[in-house]
Design a protein around this ligand. Structure first.
Ligand SMILES: [Zn+2]
Length: 307
């Protein structure tokens, strides 16, 4: 059987039930944030569809079909790899040829399209007809963490599976076991609930430096730390823009009224836009400006909005 991350099991079981009843859609999109395990879900589903001796838990891992797939040598499985940054029309023509052929192992044929949002418009158009009338026994599985970037026509022809990771206590236990460290409380939320991303940040100690930076921001906004030392500590943090965005959305603006929330977000977005162009000493100035503006929006919100 295929090993699957534990939080993916409930949705995988739903998929298997549909496969058993021959009700699984022939065109699917697996979507969800980076680090939720989309690729592993796609592999497990492809394996189950191709397996000759499917078990209640998925592919058997031992039949000829499973062995061919494990060797990366299954003629009825096409994984669309692209050398460029986009999936072009040539790759989709290859896909269309594949789907029109006959199954070598007398079973299903499966196509995986990773980073499906990078399909060019021409490629998406070339895929439409196959999505509309998928050949019998053929499953096309698109994978994306940018679902809204898929064209509306592609989205309308695929069944969407939005992968989710379940409850935080279970995931925190999993993270702690895998990393042999203690996952800070904010981490999963920071990673949009994606455990694999959280694990990576935990293992390479980014999580610890993020936690330190959040403490610094808390201290600044509660008046316990001077602006100059905050800027000194945060200015060179490579995760700064993501971290600030997280802190502002999840902590800072929640108690504020809508208009004030918008003013804070506008200031942050303006800083993000500028930050991509500002280098060297000026980045400290820009950060100083942003933090000063945010604090004044928080401290004197009424005065700002009275006139
Ligand atoms: Zn098998």
């Amino acid at each position: 059987m295929t090993e699957l991350y534990p939080w993916l099991l409930p949705q995988f079981q739903q998929m298997l039930a549909l496969v058993d009843n021959e009700q699984l859609a022939h065109a699917l999109v697996l979507s969800g944030p980076a680090g939720i395990g989309k690729a592993s879900m796609a592999d497990a589903l492809a394996a189950a569809l191709l397996c000759k001796n499917r078990q209640p838990t998925g592919a058997c891992g031992q039949c000829k079909s499973c062995l061919l797939r494990q060797a990366g040598n299954h003629a009825d499985l096409l994984i669309l790899h692209t050398e460029t940054q986009h999936i072009g029309v040539d790759a989709i023509r290859q896909l269309n040829n594949f789907t029109q052929g006959t199954a070598q192992q007398h079973g299903s044929r499966v196509v995986l399209i990773p980073v499906a949002e990078t399909m060019t418009e021409a490629a998406a158009n070339a895929l439409l007809k196959t999505l509309e009338e998928p050949p019998a026994g053929c499953f096309i599985i698109l994978i994306t963490n940018q679902y809204p970037q898929l064209s509306a026509t592609i989205r309308s022809r695929c069944q969407r599976w939005q992968l989710t990771a379940g409850s935080t206590p279970d995931l925190t236990d999993w993270l702690n076991r895998q990393s042999q460290k203690s996952a800070p409380a904010f981490l999963l939320e920071y990673c949009q609930g994606a455990p694999l991303k959280a694990l990576r940040l935990l293992v390479d100690d980014t999580a610890a430096s993020l936690e330190q930076a959040l403490t610094t921001l808390e201290a600044y906004f509660s008046g316990e730390l001077e602006l100059t030392s905050v800027v000194k500590q945060l200015d060179q943090n490579p995760e700064l823009s993501g971290l600030l965005g997280f802190y502002i959305r999840q902590r800072l603006i929640r108690p504020l009224a809508f208009l004030r929330q918008q003013a804070v977000l506008t200031a942050y977005q303006r800083w993000c836009r500028d930050a991509t162009r500002i280098i060297g000493q000026n980045s400290a100035l820009a950060l100083t400006g942003l933090l000063t503006e945010l604090k004044s929006l928080l401290q004197h919100p009424e005065a700002k909005w009275k006139s």
